[in-house]
Write a protein that binds this ligand. Structure first.
Ligand SMILES: C[S@@+](CC[C@H](N)C(=O)[O-])C[C@H]1O[C@@H](n2cnc3c(N)ncnc32)[C@H](O)[C@@H]1O
Length: 292
C-alpha cells in the first residue's frame, strides 16, 4: 500500500476511518464536494488497528494551497512530533484541557453528528464525547498523525474516523451535520473564508459551530510575519467580523489573555522569551455560533 503523503490532497485523498465508518456511509451524508453523491468508492485497507486506511479519488478541481500554507503545515507536523518534550506541555492533561475549552466555548458539547475540522492528533472528541455523539474529523495531516503514531485518545473511547482532507472542500452533502467544532485551526488554513463557507454549507440550519483561535493586540500583527505556523493573525474584533460575514450569529464569546506556566528563573524566562511576549500581546478568542 502506498502511504506517501499528499499534502495538500490533489486528486487522490488519503482517508482514515475508524470503526464507525460504515455507520457514516449508511447515513448517506458523505459526498464528494459538488454534490456528486455518497462515497461509493471507499477502499479500505487495514493500516493499524483500530485506524483503517481508505482512499477515494475525485477529478473535481481542488482549492489552491500556496507556499505559505505548506510551510505552516510542515511546522505544524514538526510541532506535534515533539510537543510532549516541550516543558510547557509535558505534563498537560488533555482531559482537563479540553474540558476547560468546552466550558469556555459555551458549556457541554452537543450530541448528534459532529465534525471536528482540523482535529489534529489529540482532538477534543477523543477525550470529551457524549455517548450519543457521532464524531468525525478532517485534517490534512491525518496520514502523518496516524503513520507516526501521534494520535492520542482517552482510554475506553475509540478514535473517531479522520479523513485526510483540507476543510476548504468538505466531503459532506449540504446540511449533513448537527454541529461543527474548529479549535485552534482557522488561523492555520489556506483560505479561512472558504473554510467557514464550507462549514456553513454542511451544517443544518440551527446547527452550532464552536471555535477558538489565538488573537492579538492590533499593533503587534505587523511584526508577526516570522510566525511560520500561522497563516492568519487577527485581533478579536476582526475575527468576529469574519464569522459574521460567513453567516454565523454569535451565541457566546470570550476573549482571554494568553497564559503559560512559565519557569520562575531568569534563565527559564529567557529561553521561553517568545511565550513571555505572547502573554503581553496575545489572547484566546472563544465563540459558540449559530447557523441561521
Ligand atoms: C494547531 S493544530 C490544532 C489541532 C486540534 N484542533 C487541537 O486543537 O489540538 C491546527 C490543525 O489545523 C490543521 N489544518 C491546517 N490547514 C487546514 C485546512 N485547510 N483544513 C483543515 N485543517 C487544517 C492542521 O493540519 C493542524 O492539525
Amino acid at each position: 500500500m502506498n502511504l506517501a503523503a499528499t499534502h495538500p490532497p490533489t486528486s487522490s485523498f488519503p482517508v482514515f476511518a475508524g470503526s464507525n465508518l460504515n455507520a457514516w456511509q449508511q447515513t448517506g451524508l458523505l459526498a464528494i464536494p459538488g454534490g456528486k453523491g455518497p462515497l461509493e468508492h471507499f477502499r479500505q485497507d487495514s493500516l493499524a488497528d483500530p485506524i483503517v486506511y481508505a482512499e477515494f479519488t475525485s477529478d473535481l478541481p481542488q482549492p489552491r494551497f500556496g507556499k505559505r500554507w505548506r510551510k505552516a503545515q510542515a511546522a505544524e507536523a514538526q510541532f506535534w512530533r515533539t510537543w510532549r518534550q516541550n516543558t510547557l506541555y509535558k505534563h498537560i492533561s488533555l482531559e482537563a484541557f479540553w474540558q476547560e475549552v468546552v466550558e469556555k466555548t459555551g458549556g457541554a458539547l452537543p450530541t448528534g453528528k459532529v465534525l471536528d475540522v482540523g482535529c489534529g492528533p489529540v482532538s477534543v472528541l477523543n477525550f470529551c464525547r457524549p455517548e450519543d455523539m457521532q464524531p468525525f474529523g478532517v485534517d490534512p495531516l491525518a496520514e502523518v498523525y496516524a503513520r507516526e503514531n501521534l494520535i492520542e485518545c482517552s482510554e475506553g473511547l475509540s478514535p473517531m474516523p479522520i479523513a485526510g482532507l483540507s476543510a476548504e472542500k468538505l466531503p459532506f452533502v449540504d446540511g449533513a451535520l448537527d454541529h461543527v467544532i474548529c479549535f485552534n485551526v482557522l488561523d492555520h488554513v489556506s483560505d479561512a473564508p472558504a473554510v467557514l463557507s464550507e462549514i456553513r454549507r454542511v451544517l443544518k440550519p440551527g446547527g452550532s459551530l464552536r471555535v477558538y483561535v489565538h488573537t492579538f493586540t492590533s499593533w503587534i500583527k505587523r511584526f508577526l510575519f516570522f510566525d511560520t505556523p500561522h497563516t492568519y493573525h487577527w485581533d478579536h474584533e476582526e475575527f468576529k467580523h469574519l464569522l459574521g460575514d460567513a453567516g454565523f450569529q454569535v451565541d457566546h464569546e470570550l476573549k482571554e489573555p494568553k497564559t503559560f506556566d512559565l519557569p520562575e528563573s531568569l534563565l527559564g524566562k529567557l529561553t521561553h522569551f517568545p511565550y513571555w511576549v505572547a502573554t503581553k500581546v496575545a489572547y484566546t478568542s472563544y465563540f459558540r455560533l449559530r447557523r441561521d
